[in-house]
Write a protein that binds this ligand. Sequence first.
Ligand SMILES: *Cc1c(COP(=O)(O)O)cnc(C)c1O
Length: 222
Amino acid sequence: MQHNSIKQFRITKENISDICRRAHRATDDVNLIAVSKNFDAEAIKPFLDEGQRVFGENRVQEAYGKWPILKENYVDIELHLLGPLQTNKVRQALRLFDVIHTLDSLKLAERIARISKEEHTQPRLFIQVNTGNEKQKAGLPLGEAVAFAKYCIENFFLHIVGFMCIPPVNQDSRLHFALLQKLSQEAGLSMLSMGMSADYEDAIFMGATHIRLGRVIFGDRM
Ligand SMILES: *Cc1c(COP(=O)(O)O)cnc(C)c1O
């Protein structure tokens, strides 16, 4: 099992390099976030041994069950929070995560600003945009994203690096990646968190700087 997933991981990395070449992009410009949600510390270790240092998790609580111990044994780990962040978990999140991809409300922005000051930390933040305007999905409406980014930067001095989206399951992701790319140009932000196992090739062609891959490297989640 584990052996297979490392093999799969190597193949995926080669695939990313190949896509970057075809898209005329430097491989270094595309950050691979290995999404380790639902996998425990033992399952993650082989990837750390393989040299991977950037990982994504969806839940603060789950991440605390594995990363503190892994951080004691491996240096330079960079953790990205990819799931919704409740305001009462902000302090915990800021103590563990380097990057948060799911900023989507003023209340959360305010809280992150206050607590990051107290904790003497400056997390990098992506603003999640609900590009498909789906009721059940988190993220700001498309039309509010640019103004929200400016507001957070000017009023809260937050380190906003770019936008993130999760396209609707039954639609062509490219439409949503294009919308996100346009937003980042309007806002003058340089990072784009888009592309998952099923659509990361398109995402790289459309300017993704952070692709978030789970299944394609770890295998199916339980
Ligand atoms: C689970 C998850 C991923 C990874 O999805 P895969 O389809 O397994 O690659 C990426 N981004 C977010 C926000 C996720 O929740």
